[in-house]
Design a protein around this ligand. Sequence first.
Ligand SMILES: [Zn+2]
Length: 364
Amino acid sequence: MTDGQSLFAVFALLYLAECLRLVPSASWMAAGTEGSPWTVIRPWSRFQIAGGSPLLLSALPPTSAHAQGQEWLFVPGRDALDLRVADGMRLAVPWQTLTPHAEDSTLHLGAGVRVRLASPAHAQMWACRLAEWRDLPAEQRRSAFLHHARASLDTASAGRAAIHAARLTRPLRLQATLVFVWCFGVISIVYRHYGDSLAVLAAAGVLLLMQILQAWLFLRVTRDLKALIPHRFWRALGIALLPQLAMRAADAPGLAGPEELPHPLAWRSLLKHDAWLRTARQFWREARYVPGWSQSTPLPPAAEALRIFFEAEGIAEEEYDPPCPSPQPVCPRCGAGYQDGIATCSSCGGVELRQAAAAELARV
Ligand SMILES: [Zn+2]
């Protein structure tokens, strides 16, 4: 490998490292632009680092804006707070052991339980909110959760916020694309043709000028977001000097999200309907058919919040909870099929199986 190729490889690695973020394991990211449907990106929740998981932002090309969302991490139960740690991983924290306090972006819940949140401000806000919930009677805790759920499912505000962030960061994303093409395309071609020469130095000089322009754009775009972007001037200096920071300059203002992060289902206007409905079904199954569920189980708070939301959005029950299509018993949570005579799903903590009635099958 020549010196030039090694430098190229180092830049590529630094760029990819800059696309990585440590986020809460249960967080969701939407990536897209003003005029096209957005896609969802999830963190690798199998990797748990300091209570969070790594997430790779939309990397190629660096033109997508991002919006951050979060599932309901905390759902109040009768005797314990139900904590969503990661996909398929929940923890019950008894109310009497709950002593929430924030430390940077980490929220400590007591008894060694901790969870990473999106920012120090979010950790602080949830420490206060959970302390309030703990001291309320059970019924009021449920109402307080439903109130929070309703706010996080505001589709109009979530869609507006994402499009606003995309518009705000447009100049940064355009300039980032130019820096990307210049750094990984033009300089490589010039180096291949001319080797170590003045031409390459001149191309590197142009790159530096492009980075300085990006730093100026960054300061201009973020002048109203000073409180939300820590170390803003140092970051601008980094953008002026380091290509990988210049290429990802739009991430910080795009991700400086609202205090109440939207639930992923609030992105209804951003996502394609099929993708949104698949996600809605998944959330419903997990909220409704909780481990140990049977026909007599009352509606859990998260499922109640979703039902209210679906009704308000005009989504019929058959759409988000399609009837069982099989004459054999099927688990309503994970969809696994069973033989006749088996009553509960062993993989889902004893969820009662259901079977299509003869009349339903005749309709199908
Ligand atoms: Zn199951």
